[in-house]
Each structure stands twice: as C-alpha cells, then as structure tokens.
Design a binder for this molecule. Sequence first.
Ligand code: HEM
Length: 411
Amino acid sequence: MSTSALDTLDLGDPATFADHDLDGFWRTLRDTAPMHWNPPLDGRRGFWVLSRYDDIMTTYRDDVNFTSERGNVLVTLLGGGDAGAGRMLAVTDGHRHHELRKILQRVLSPRVLNEVAQTVRVNTRQWIREAVESGGCDFAEQIASRIPMTTISNLLGLPEQDRDYLLSLTKTALSADDEDVDEVDSEMARNEILMYFMDIVEDRRESPGDDVISMLIASSIDGVPLSDEDIVLNCYSLIIGGDETSRLTMIDCVHTLAAQREQWRRLKHGEVAVETAVDEVLRWASPTMHFGRSVVRETELHGVRLRPGEIVTLWHASGNRDERVFARSEVFDLGRTPNKHLAFGYGPHFCVGSYLAKVEIAELLKALRDFTTGFEPTDEAARIRSNFLTGFSTMPVRFDPDHSGLKEVDR
Ligand code: HEM
C-alpha cells in the first residue's frame, strides 16, 4: 500500500474494517508511519494511531503522561468521555484505580475462580459433545455465545433465566451485528444493563450470597464502602469486558483451525501444549483491535510532540503482527514461544479477567481435541461491524466425530 493511500482510510469508521483487509495497511504504517495521524473526518476529531508493538507497550505503561479517565476506546474518546470515569476500573486511574483493581483481582483470582473454572469445563465439554454428536451447529450462536455469558453470570450470581436477555443487550451495546443497530440502540442497551444491575444490587444487599456482587458490596476503599453506583458500573464492566471478547476469540479460534489443517493436526495429536496454543489463539484473534488514551502532559514519541487533550490509539491488530517482535508474525503457529502478545493490553490496566478468558479458551481447545477429528464451515461466517472489536457473529460448522473420545466418560 502506498503512503499516500494511508490518509484515505478512516479508522474511526466501522465500515473501514468491514470493507478492507488491513494487513498491508498496518505493515506500511509500522514501516513508514509509526506515528500516524488519522485526520478529523465526518465531524469526528483526529487522533494518533500507534501500530508498533514497542510504542504500544510504552504508552500502556505510562499512566503519568496518558490517562484512561477520558475514555479508553474510540467511541468514548471521540464522544467526549466515559460516564464511568473515576468509578469503573478500566476508566479510572491513580490511587482509586489501584485500590479498585486490588478488589477485582481478589474476586477474579485463580483460587476464587476454581469452582467457576470447573463449571466452564463441564459446560464446554457438554456443549461441544452435543454439537459433535448432532453433526454440527452454528458455533457462534450455540456454543461461543453461551460459554462466557454463563461463566460471568455464575460469577455474579445472576439468575439463569436472565442470560439470553443479557446476551442480546451486550451484543447491541458493543458490536452491532447488523447495520440496523446504530449508536442510539447501543446507548439504550448500555443503560438497560446498568438498570438491570441496579435492581440486582438492591436485592443482593438484602440477601447476600457468595457471588462477586456480594463480595463487592462488602468491599471498601480507604474505609468507604463501594456505592451502589460503583458496584453497578463495575458489574457492567465485567459483563461487557468478559463476554464479547472471549466469545469472539473462541469463534475466531474455530474459524482459524478449520482453515489451518496442519495446526489442527498438531493440537489433535498433542504436539503442542494447550496453554501455549491458547496464547497464539489470542494473538491471532486480537478481538479488541484497539484501546486508547488521552494525553495529559506534553510528551514526545518518535520525535512527534503530543499535546494535552490529544487522543492516542493503540492498535493490537497491528502490534500483535509486528515482525520486529514476532518471528514469522503472519504465521499462525500454535507452538509459538515466546509469545508476549498484547491481546490483554499491558501495564496498570492489563486485563483483570485474563485468567478466566484463558480457562475458557483452553477448555474449548481440549473439548475440540477430545471429541472431534476435524470440522469445517458449512456457510460463510458473518463479520461484525465495529471499529473496536473484530470477528464473526455466525459460524455454521460441521463436526466429524471422534468416536473413541466421545466414548470416554467425563470426570
Ligand atoms: C481490561 C482484553 C476478557 C474484564 C482489558 C484490556 C484489554 C482486555 C486489552 C486493557 C484495556 C485498557 O488498557 O484500556 C480482553 C480480552 C479478553 C478479555 C482480549 C478475552 C479474550 C476479560 C474477562 C473479563 C475482563 C473474561 C472479566 C471477567 C476486564 C476488566 C478490565 C479489562 C474489568 C479493566 C482492567 C483495568 O483497567 O485495570 N481487557 N479481556 N476481560 N478486562 Fe479484559
């Protein structure tokens, strides 16, 4: 791609991602314009675009010159800020972020999650088994949609009958699956999720359980208990942060493995460790294409002066393919080590749900390995429309049964 073509692509517009294969664009940016300026277009402000791994890491690490409190994704950065700023973990900085993060890390620690992880395993194996035995399914709809939402709902102690309702809300709130869903629908869905959690928090105050919401109710920062609003915003953050990202990664995993037979063979025959494969699945999918920050103190990168108030976006979609860091970066290699990908971000805001996400992907890989000899799409997968998330909303697939694997009884 020529450097003059760089200015014609608008990374603020979801259609850019639906209509173009951007691999060449990202490579050109990394090589020739590591500090790219996406100009103001369609009434939106302009913003900086960082495409190299090292620059992304440097910015993620730096919470002195950059802040998340004015939004951390394009939609809020360009829209004038995030309503949860200073209260919701991802858009809070400084001392409060540190303290709130300690609370969430505690409720999402491997020890606390032990039981939840066990349920992920049981559910994933049951659903993959059923899909294989029936010959196939829409993997996105019938399996990938259920795993993360069930997991987070269990974590938060949400009633089973609410899950489909919440799933449809999170889909509308973040990635518009179809072109009819606009920003107003997304906004309404986000408000509906908040109202839903308001009711739940009220109930839980009256009758606490051993779920995350009850744990949040019992938590305080500097001696002051978390308010209902703080709890609601952080529940929202868990459901939004933990549902769609994991779902899109799992769908991409099946899509990629169906096309990359040699990698599937290596997994099936135990030639690669599942934990190693999980990281490559994440690097490859990079479901959150970008996050972003606002400049709070004048600083410099690549000789370019960044001024307070400017927006800097960090593109995992590019950093995770940076040939300066990843050997044969364009190759999907389940045995890749080292693999310090950026899918979970880096620095003070590094994904607090990464352990849970990895458990979900690992259980998916194990269930596929054990129950099917191979799978292939039966129809084209539909791409979501977003400038933030990437992936598919449908994935019809046919599974070939592994009869000996299916015969074994799960423990
Ligand atoms: C933060 C990605 C799963 C909850 C982040 C960030 C990234 C990310 C890149 C950093 C955002 C920033 O720096 O502004 C992912 C991916 C996932 C995933 C790719 C799945 C494949 C989850 C899950 C949960 C979760 C399962 C919850 C159960 C959060 C929260 C934050 C966060 C609360 C904010 C952390 C902070 O600001 O300190 N995630 N995430 N994520 N994630 Fe995840």
